[in-house]
Design a protein around this ligand. Structure first.
Ligand SMILES: [Zn+2]
Length: 294
């Protein structure tokens, strides 16, 4: 409430009339009878009201803009080209004066559109899968020596930490422990050329021989893969091994994880970038295997 603070309205404004909610006007567009308050003034002088109601006008402008979008864009472009320096200066000034406002707006916009951003990113990744794959492989090829040296060095420098972490995890997580044991047994068996040794009990639990496994992997080799550079590529569990915990080798997850259909060779870089993500093809394979072993 303002008391005794002097006039809020200028003298000129005092002479203007106010809109009367009881007076009806016919809109030139929708032709409905609407109170004056639903019309805007034609000019600041508040003498005449616009012929279209505000609702229609809004719609009208919207449609007009839509229809003439290109024309407006062109006009804006032309204006910008002709006044580039002035526009840039003004826009920089505005940005400098409204930094916080812009940051807040960007943050709010991101929050409101987070989901669609994520979806877009995912779609883009899917669409450009092959390109990414090629790029990652190329990068790996170009930086192979350096990367492997770096990895070795890092491992050397963090050996104790890595072992301690792994030991702790093995103790706390029996499924992790078993997963590691099974993997290493199978990898050892694959490398071994001569008869029986450690890991036999694991191999006994598999519904195929180590030769069959070797053939299965080999038949999917990509150009450049061989048993000599195993390490540059990994045996990949299409449905992630870590997402199939088992507490014994008679657990169904063991059968699924090590089903031949779930195994393929994959370049190390791709395997690392895939991480624990479950790809759509993995879901399909999981369904297939589940159906067969039930
Ligand atoms: Zn109207």
């Amino acid at each position: 409430m303002r008391l005794g603070l002097g006039p809020l309205i200028s003298d000129k404004e005092k002479t203007m009339r106010e809109k009367d909610p009881n007076v009806l006007r016919k809109c030139a567009m929708c032709e409905k009878e609407k109170p004056e308050t639903e019309y805007a003034w034609k000019k600041k002088s508040k003498e005449k009201l616009k012929s279209k109601c505000s609702e229609c006008l809004k719609q009208y402008h919207k449609e007009h803009y839509k229809k003439n979008k290109e024309k407006y864009a062109l006009r804006a472009k032309k204006y910008y080209q002709e006044n580039k320096d002035a526009v840039d200066k003004k826009s920089k000034e505005w940005r400098d004066n409204n930094k916080e406002k812009i940051a807040a707006y960007a943050k709010r916009y991101y929050e409101n559109n987070k989901e669609s951003y994520k979806k877009q990113k995912k779609q883009y990744r899917e669409k450009n899968k092959e390109r990414y794959k090629k790029y990652a492989k190329q990068y790996y090829e170009n930086n192979k020596e350096w990367l492997s040296e770096y990895k070795k060095q890092w491992h050397e420098n963090n050996k104790e930490h890595v072992y301690a972490h792994r030991k702790k995890k093995r103790e706390e997580d029996p499924a992790f422990n078993l997963r590691l044991l099974v993997s290493s047994s199978i990898h050892h068996a694959l490398k071994r050329v001569d008869g029986k040794k450690a890991g036999e009990s694991v191999l006994d639990m598999l519904p195929y021989s180590i030769e069959q496994l070797r053939n299965h992997i080999e038949s999917q080799f990509e150009a450049g893969m061989s048993w000599d550079n195993h390490g540059d590529w990994h045996i990949d569990h299409i449905y992630p091994h870590s997402k199939l915990p088992y507490d014994s080798m008679s657990h169904p997850n063991f059968k699924i994880a090590w089903d031949l259909r779930n195994l393929r060779p994959l370049w190390a870089t791709e395997n690392l970038s895939k991480g624990n993500r479950i790809l759509p093809e993995a879901e399909r394979i999981l369904e297939q295997i589940k159906k067969d072993i039930e």
